[in-house]
Design a protein around this ligand. Structure first.
Ligand code: PLP
Ligand code: COI
Length: 404
């Protein structure tokens, strides 16, 4: 209902501005069978569905790429969208083929980190259409992040249209239906005007680049990932910028992240900076603990955690299936009570965490072990959200936006 209202508001706004909004494609594809994650993943390349009946935006998956081997790394595509804020207003967007940008040496993004970004995905459906997952949520979040570091607002309809248009121009790079991949959109907003005294820029650049991606962690759902609890560093301070998707948060994570990987832990879990007693979130994703006996989905409540759109979606799906969702403080000691732990986010989707290890000051190790294989709840949540994204079950919450 909420999304429907948003879609109507969007259409209304667009008709006032001569902008044709992507239609909100709900309830379009209903299948009675629900392919499981493993069924989807294991299709041989020859059976991947490269849509033959070209729809309004063209056929996804026609670029010459190894679709079933995509990981999460940069790959060139046809174009990115670029738009500049100058003289107090946004200029017309343009599609740019060169992946390089000419930036002033005094740009505030370079010196003072006045930059934030987003991450969302577009999926090819079996009918050849391409659909963005909840772009309205990313639009709202980039504005919250931008506001935190004094950057201008991007109207929600402008943001969604930018995403729509860049996907359309790069439709050949949308991984085909059945490949398990997606087109990852990376909207980026930064101060491109010069300042040397500390103050906000007068000029800003907004970019939406796209990259075809597969699993963030090799093996995807099938391979639980072991995490390290970080004690030597913090990701975000209370009242700091942890809830904003600003570039500096990720720079702060580089040392602990790389050190953890070196020790054999692909993922880091941060604790609250003030006391180091409460679970916050992973470097690139939110934390979810599952208590199967009591059918509980538990996730941290903290002002320094990024409000994840995937987490929000999974909470809705968990409630739909009768689970109790608790958003509250989670003591580190409570980790031993969870049957399953999940890292969730656009890039990592629903990643099962096999174990979490913590070293004390003397190098003594304590280890919290979760399900060895993929837990039943993890698998169910993964399957449901992926089936919605792939257009394989009814999109009852109106989360998919058809690219037009
Ligand atoms: N937490 C952090 C620090 C992230 O970078 C991300 C990724 O965007 C998330 C959580 C997950 O957010 P979302 O589900 O909106 O992608
Ligand atoms: C995303 O999931 O979209 C992110 O932005 C995480 C990123 C650091 C890979």
């Amino acid at each position: 209902m909420r999304s429907l209202t948003a879609a109507l508001a969007l259409l209304l706004a667009s008709s006032c501005q001569g902008f044709v909004a992507p239609s909100h494609n709900s309830h379009q594809i209903i299948t009675t069978t629900t392919p499981s994650s493993t069924q989807l993943k294991k299709q041989p390349l020859s059976r991947l569905s490269v849509a033959t009946d070209i729809n309004a935006v063209g056929a996804p998956g026609t670029a010459d790429l190894p679709w079933s081997e995509l990981g999460f790394e940069f790959r060139p595509t046809k174009s990115h969208l670029r738009m500049t804020y100058r003289d107090g207003k946004w200029q017309e967007p343009e599609m740019v083929e060169s992946p390089y940008i000419n930036v002033h040496i005094g740009a505030t993004a370079l010196h003072y980190g006045q930059a934030c970004f987003e991450g969302l995905k577009a999926f090819a459906h079996e009918d050849g259409s391409v659909n963005l997952f909840r772009p309205d949520e990313n639009a709202k979040r980039i504005n919250r992040s931008g506001h935190r570091v004094m950057m201008p607002e991007i109207p929600v309809e402008t943001f969604i249209k930018a995403c729509n248009d860049v996907v359309k121009d790069n439709v050949a790079y949308v991984p085909p239906y059945g490949s398990g991949g997606a087109l990852y959109l990376r909207p980026l907003l930064f101060g491109s005007g010069p300042r040397i005294g500390l103050q906000p820029a007068e000029e800003y650049t907004f970019i939406v680049m796209v990259i075809p991606v597969g699993d963030y962690y090799k093996g995807g759902l099938a391979a639980p990932v072991n995490g390290l609890i970080v004690d030597d560093y913090d990701r975000a301070a209370p009242k700091g910028v942890g809830a904003a998707k600003v570039a500096g948060n990720y720079a702060a994570d580089l040392i602990p992240n790389m050190a953890a990987k070196k020790k054999g832990f692909p993922i880091c879990l941060y604790l609250d900076a003030a006391t180091h007693t409460l679970v916050e979130e992973f470097s690139t994703s939110n934390f979810i603990g599952i208590d199967n006996e009591n059918k509980k989905y538990i996730t941290p409540k903290s002002d320094s955690v990024l409000p994840s759109i995937t987490n929000k979606s999974l909470q809705t799906l968990a409630k739909d299936e009768g689970m109790t969702v608790e958003q509250r403080d989670i003591e580190v000691a409570e980790l031993s009570t969870f049957d399953e732990v999940i890292a969730c986010g656009t890039a990592v989707v629903v990643t099962p965490i096999g174990s979490l290890t913590r070293f004390d000051g003397n190098g003594e190790e304590s280890k919290y072990q979760f399900t060895e294989d993929v837990g039943e709840t993890t698998r169910r949540l993964y399957d449901t959200v992926r089936n919605i994204q792939n257009g394989e079950i009814e999109d009852t919450h109106n989360w998919n936006y058809k690219v037009e």
